[in-house]
Design a protein around this ligand. Structure first.
Ligand SMILES: Cc1cc2nc3c(=O)[nH]c(=O)nc-3n(C[C@H](O)[C@H](O)[C@H](O)COP(=O)(O)O)c2cc1C
Length: 113
């Protein structure tokens, strides 16, 4: 069941494993830092079909710590876009290289090569 596809509206998830949002308290002036790139790249590589980014405030006084992510100016938007593009690129590369691994997505069964 865990390795079966799941369709939600127009999006088909390759399995039912989702990474929860986890605040890293590592943003600088609301922008993602090298830590976010490293942390999320590792999780994109985990095999989970969906990855949620951590709590992101839409204005400074909405943050729950000084080092939270925030998305309300051009500099922050630029860094978020870089982060999103990088993670999508990694995900696409993994998909091209390894496909869906050895799991039959219809049955959820392990398939040996
Ligand atoms: C270190 C840590 C950071 C978290 N940061 C966020 C966050 O930024 N945003 C959010 O919605 N939930 C956050 N959570 C909550 C988790 O996403 C998750 O909902 C919670 O751990 C319950 O997971 P479970 O239902 O699998 O037990 C955080 C949890 C942990 C342990």
């Amino acid at each position: 069941m865990l390795f079966k596809k799941l369709k939600i509206n127009g999006v088909t998830l390759k399995n039912r494993i989702v990474v929860s949002p986890m605040c890293q308290y590592s943003a600088k002036k609301g922008c993602p830092t090298d830590w976010h790139f490293t942390h999320l790249s590792k999780l994109v590589n985990s095999g989970a079909s969906m990855l949620m980014i951590e709590s992101t405030a839409v204005e400074n006084n909405g943050k729950i710590s000084h080092n939270d992510l925030c998305l309300n100016n051009d500099k922050q938007e630029k860094k978020f876009k870089e982060l999103k593009d990088r993670e999508i690129k990694i995900g696409q590369t993994l998909q091209e290289k390894y496909g869906d691994g050895n799991i039959d997505l219809e049955t959820g069964e392990f398939v040996s090569n």
